[in-house]
Design a protein around this ligand. Sequence first.
Ligand code: NAG
Ligand code: NAG
Ligand code: NAG
Ligand code: NAG
Ligand code: NAG
Ligand code: NAG
Length: 408
Amino acid sequence: MGGKEYALKCTLGLILFVVLLWQLETNYFPSNENSTSMIPVAVGRTEMDDMKEPVKDSSKLKIKAWKITTQHGINVTTEGSETKRWLVVYWSTFFGRRLNLHETFEKGDCPVPCEWTSDQSRAKEADAFLVHARDPRPDPPIKSVPWILQTRENPIYTPVLNDASFMSKFSYLKSYRLDSDFPDPSVLLPGVAPPVPFKNKTGLIMAAFSNCEAVRTEYMRQLMKFVKVDSFGACLRNNNSLVGRYGKNKQGTDFRDAKSMLARQYKFNLVFFNQDCDYFVDAQLHHAMDAGSVPVVMATDKLDEFLPGPYLNRSVIKVRDFKSPELLAEYLKYLSNNETEYNKYLEWKWEGYGDITRTAIGNYWMPKYPLYCQVCVAISKGKGPKEGLKPFNCKPRKFEDWGITKGA
Ligand SMILES: *[C@@H]1O[C@H](CO)[C@@H](O)[C@H](O)[C@H]1NC(C)=O
Ligand SMILES: *[C@@H]1O[C@H](CO)[C@@H](O)[C@H](O)[C@H]1NC(C)=O
Ligand SMILES: *[C@@H]1O[C@H](CO)[C@@H](O)[C@H](O)[C@H]1NC(C)=O
Ligand SMILES: *[C@@H]1O[C@H](CO)[C@@H](O)[C@H](O)[C@H]1NC(C)=O
Ligand SMILES: *[C@@H]1O[C@H](CO)[C@@H](O)[C@H](O)[C@H]1NC(C)=O
Ligand SMILES: *[C@@H]1O[C@H](CO)[C@@H](O)[C@H](O)[C@H]1NC(C)=O
């Protein structure tokens, strides 16, 4: 690959990564007070949905498809390759919309020539089909090639993932789970930019979630009895200072900057995921860590696998470690008065990550080849589970799982 071409690739990649970040953030909050009613729990949206949806106009949709294309670099084509090019057809829609996905990797970019397309008319040539779990029907037309199931949503909000007969149709899993064939969580490597110094942080605890799943919301309500929590999302909102800033300019950057600047000012950030399904951890984690606001996490115990190495493994406070919201509140207040103890959670900002290789998340953050290429390689080798995927078997979170009773 020429230096010029590489520079172009990097630049485009960077621009589109920024667009991706914007896309993730833009829909994170309801656009105004009134939209709270648009986020009923009954609909069962996860934060990721809240972030992805709604994409109303086609120009945004195009950006979204680009996002997927460019996560793995633009296509670089060289003529006259004689080896087989492995083709993956993105068969389903993505949250109800057809993607405009066309991506090619030639030898050099990938150990095998590899192509991804959302063009259904190429089904006959496909070496594999991909189906998004939120868009499970119809089945791909050909059974003799492997089917890949993709999800960043958990089974509570995506019931087909708990359905044994549905799951058994697929050979490969591309998902948030780190034990997937192709792990693909929305948690990115958090940045090591220095945090706002302890003494300069003006806020104590910040919360910003808008899918008001009953248990996490109740836990926060009880926590609020013992310590001040500034809630900016739709759940138990007691501070409107972010709401009015949503979408002030077209790119939503005013809002995104506002949220991230705000998080930097807070010592703690409540990162309560919407269910405890194995491995279900999402982008809220790195958002808080990027900002240098210590995450207070309610999550699956597999959380540890997302925090590899000798420093990140000490970077969060786990709700699980406290018998009650009151005891958690006491600990947070204690830390907020002890700079030395508090800063231990942020040591990674100064020390770096340490050795995080040879871990699933480390491989995901620092891949040898792009994920799309990895899929082609696996298909070309014909390996992978032949008898189909197992259901996730996740049950909804209960109050007693977190040691609280409703209304206490
Ligand atoms: C919310 O709805 C009320 C009544 O429909 C309306 O008067 C008000 O302006 C709305 N507020 C915002 C922020 O849109
Ligand atoms: C990618 O490949 C397609 C089909 O080969 C081609 O039409 C398109 O121009 C390529 N895009 C880039 C940015 O090279
Ligand atoms: C922290 O606050 C001190 C005094 O208020 C100020 O001089 C310093 O610039 C601040 N540092 C940062 C990084 O904000
Ligand atoms: C709302 O949040 C802002 C930013 O942290 C803070 O300055 C303000 O005091 C908060 N308002 C209330 C009522 O807590
Ligand atoms: C973090 O990892 C280091 C070494 O990798 C280990 O010594 C330490 O006990 C771990 N800390 C926690 C809290 O798991
Ligand atoms: C902070 O905690 C340490 C123990 O790690 C203790 O030695 C120190 O006195 C505490 N500082 C304050 C200000 O309480």
